[in-house]
Design a protein around this ligand. Structure first.
Ligand code: AMP
Ligand code: MG
Length: 347
């Protein structure tokens, strides 16, 4: 398949993208979180094409992207008041709500589940594209399954050129991590995937909010409520370990281990904060940014994981980035990327 790559996002380009969706085709588009791979949410054939293009297991449901809050009624039923309260506070924005699905929405889009995931992106291109597409765009992240979500158009092209009809170039994604997913089908809201909208922010609107340990990865034995969270995700090709401990111990541990690996002929990499990045002697040291600025850290994580792939790095050690709020989302992705492989270098 020949993929059109559209660099100049004109009204005409958006119309053409919308037409592709209406005709059952696929378009990758920018959002404020990561790029999405969109198809018509009401066309089962489109959803099947999305799974095929990504190599994604078909039991892993897609998020339906809408442009108007009222469109919730077209895809969900028994919608609790809290859904509108959360949408009024955080949408358009990086929040996905799980609601009871309307029977008219194809089961192919929801991975056979009786619930649907809904999100209203704030990115203006995404918003215009959803409207031009008829209002309901099913979209997972625009990467090959298992790879880090794409935070720049060049990674979308790397993964999906030749597999989709069109790619809309929106530069790089400002947030760089996927949306926060909140399940509203239980008595109390449950976070299935942490993200830019933090637990603290949700609590301020919704009251007590819990988190699903099976989905977030804190409990590796519990079945996740977000089916996608059971798959290995965000993984670089190299072997990644997250190192806990005081800064000096972490630096010492990582330098000893990268030196050992280098002596065995392996290509080594380190993920560090800005203040400590120049203390490492690995082949490739990636500075995620100021560790006091979690938005900077989160927006560079996936880019860095992909850069290690491009460089053919065999062994990667990462500092840990623990903290409240957005740090939880960063650690959730980093630990998943590492297959939860951690060491403690000491206090
Ligand atoms: P992605 O867009 O690639 O981040 O994938 C969408 C994520 O949303 C996956 O982790 C899915 O498992 C999750 N998801 C989508 N629909 C549902 C649903 N109805 N219930 C629970 N999780 C969902
Ligand atoms: Mg994904």
């Amino acid at each position: 398949m020949k993929t059109q790559i559209v660099r100049d996002i004109t009204e005409d380009a958006i119309e053409r993208a919308g037409q592709i969706i209406k005709e059952g085709g696929l378009v990758a588009f920018p959002t404020e979180t990561v790029y999405g791979l969109g198809g018509d949410a009401f066309n089962p054939g489109s959803s099947k094409k999305i799974y095929a293009a990504k190599g994604r297991p078909s039991d892993n449901p897609l998020i339906v992207h809408i442009a108007y809050k009222k469109d919730l009624y077209e895809i969900a039923e028994d919608i609790p008041d809290l859904a509108f309260k959360l949408m009024d506070s955080f949408c358009p924005g990086p929040l996905t709500l799980i609601l009871k699905k309307k029977p008219s929405l194809p089961k192919e889009t929801t991975g056979g589940l009786g619930t649907v995931a809904v999100r209203m992106p704030s990115d203006p291109t995404a918003n215009a594209f959803i409207k031009a597409s008829g209002g309901f765009v099913a979209a997972p992240s625009a990467n090959i399954s298992g790879r880090p979500s794409p935070t720049d158009v060049r990674y979308v092209i790397e993964d999906l050129d030749g597999r989709v009809d069109m790619i809309l170039d929106g530069g790089s994604s400002p947030i760089g991590l996927e949306s926060t997913i909140v399940d509203l089908t239980e008595d109390r809201p449950v976070i299935l995937r942490p993200g830019f909208i933090t637990a603290e922010m949700l609590c301020s609107v919704a009251g007590p909010v819990s988190s699903d340990p099976g989905s977030t990865g804190e409990d590796t034995n519990a079945p996740p409520k977000a089916p996608g969270m059971k798959y290995r995700h965000y993984a670089p090709k190299g072997d990644l370990t997250v190192v806990y401990g005081t800064p000096e111990k972490v630096i010492e541990y990582i330098n000893i281990n990268t030196a050992r690996c280098s002596a065995r002929g392996l290509k080594t990499g380190v993920i560090a904060g800005k203040m400590t990045a120049d203390r490492y002697n690995a082949d490739s040291v990636k500075n995620l940014g100021d560790r006091d600025d979690p938005a900077e850290i989160s927006s560079s994580l996936y880019r860095v994981l992909r850069e290690f792939d491009d460089e053919g790095t065999d062994v990667i050690y990462s500092e840990s980035f623990e903290g409240p709020g957005l740090y939880c989302a960063v650690m959730n992705r980093l630990l998943k990327a590492a297959g939860r492989k951690t060491v403690n270098a000491g206090e």
